[in-house]
Design a protein around this ligand. Structure first.
Ligand code: TMP
Length: 208
């Protein structure tokens, strides 16, 4: 089976990590080599960048552009040192967030120019596009309920509900622009239903 880049997108509390874990196990059980990874934070440098982005700092607001370039730096390092080598080994790369998170969060959420962000994503990745994007879609109010009580909220999770609503609407726009690549999943269903749907799509699109 050839390698492929499969990304998982969605708002906070959508259950991406659980689903990625389940999918990785199922693929490995079939004998498929899997690279399960994430952005930001899929490399040692990236983990430091992740902390810089997500930890709130008293008395200092991170500007939207500074935040953007940190995500892009994380992505460039991750593509060069993890994703491309894994694809070269014909592994199935399962990535928790990728370029579309920048379009949804920095583009639609922070309201930076989406066309410019697409170009910057291309520069950061050498134009490496995902083969398939699973969008785990959940109303932000529900997502917030799920993450409350887990741990202290990070800088992005603390954003107003209106920000997260723009992010969700952004995902809907992106999905409509590339329906051949995007798979919309209703993440309010129980985890078994969600993983069943993901598997069915994967079998149909990539495993035949
Ligand atoms: P995570 O907790 O799902 O790993 O994601 C970290 C946060 O970073 C999440 O709130 C989404 C946000 N994010 C962006 O704003 N832009 C990006 O490019 C990426 C990859 C994540």
């Amino acid at each position: 089976m050839p390698g492929a880049l499969i990304t998982f997108e969605g708002g906070e509390g959508a259950g991406k990590s659980t689903q990625l874990q389940l999918l990785a196990e199922r693929l490995k059980a079939m004998g498929q080599s899997v690279c399960l990874t994430r952005q930001p934070g899929g490399t040692p440098h990236g983990r430091r960048i992740r902390e810089l982005i997500l930890q709130p700092v008293d008395d200092d607001q991170l500007s939207a552009r500074a935040e953007l370039f940190l995500y892009l730096a994380d992505r460039a390092q991750h593509v060069d040192t993890v994703i491309r080598p894994a694809l070269a080994r014909r592994e199935m790369v399962l990535c928790d967030r990728y370029t579309d998170s920048t379009l949804a969060y920095q583009g639609y959420g922070r309201q930076l120019d989406v066309a410019e962000l697409k170009l910057l994503n291309e520069r950061a990745t050498g134009a490496l596009q995902p083969d398939l994007v699973f969008w785990l879609d959940l109303p932000p109010e529900l997502g917030r309920q799920r993450i409350l009580g887990r741990q202290a909220l990070d800088r992005l999770e603390m954003e107003a509900l209106s920000f997260h609503q723009r992010v969700r609407a952004g995902y809907a726009t992106l999905a409509a622009e590339a329906p051949q690549r995007w798979v919309h999943i209703d993440a309010s269903q129980n985890p078994e239903q969600v993983s069943g749907q993901i598997w069915a799509v994967l079998e149909q699109r990539l495993l035949r």
